[in-house]
Design a protein around this ligand. Structure first.
Ligand SMILES: [Zn+2]
Length: 147
């Protein structure tokens, strides 16, 4: 049968067309059209390139940590850009580790009685990691792009 939405010929027993149209219900699943690098996913990749840049700033203080950040962030950004599923897995690990780091910084800042602004800044970074983690797990675009 022919899809009324895109005109593609589908097998008679098809439930769903590639374009996201459901034959039984006669409805279009809009979330299935979310695919490719765009929206929040583009922002996420951009964030990894920024992280790689920030690694360069860390280099003078710690060679090891700096190069670790540059290498991991660059590889994840490239893998995600090339639509490799491994990039999603590595990005999840990266955010878990980064989140732990910011939580530790937050606790240290509280214990050492640092400026409230700094404490909130660290806590904010930790929260940012959690938000991106949730996005990686829940996003339809991520699921469709790296299927
Ligand atoms: Zn269709």
């Amino acid at each position: 049968m022919e899809c009324p939405n895109c005109g593609l010929l589908n097998p008679e027993d098809a439930i769903r067309c590639d374009c996201g149209y459901y034959f039984g219900v006669g409805k279009l699943d809009k979330s299935s059209n979310l695919k490719g690098i765009g929206g929040w996913l583009a922002l996420l990749i951009f964030r990894f390139w920024m992280a790689a840049l920030s690694g360069i700033l860390v280099l003078p203080r710690s060679r090891m940590l700096g190069s670790l950040i540059i290498c991991s962030a660059t590889s994840i950004a490239i893998l995600l850009g090339k639509k490799k599923r491994l990039g999603v897995t590595l990005a999840k690990i990266y955010f878990v580790l980064e989140c732990i780091l910011w939580v530790l910084f937050t606790i240290l800042a509280i214990m050492e009685g640092e400026d409230v602004v700094m404490i909130w800044k660290y806590a904010g970074y930790a929260l940012g990691c959690i938000i991106f983690l949730a996005y990686l797990y829940r996003s339809r675009r991520v699921q469709n792009t790296y299927a």
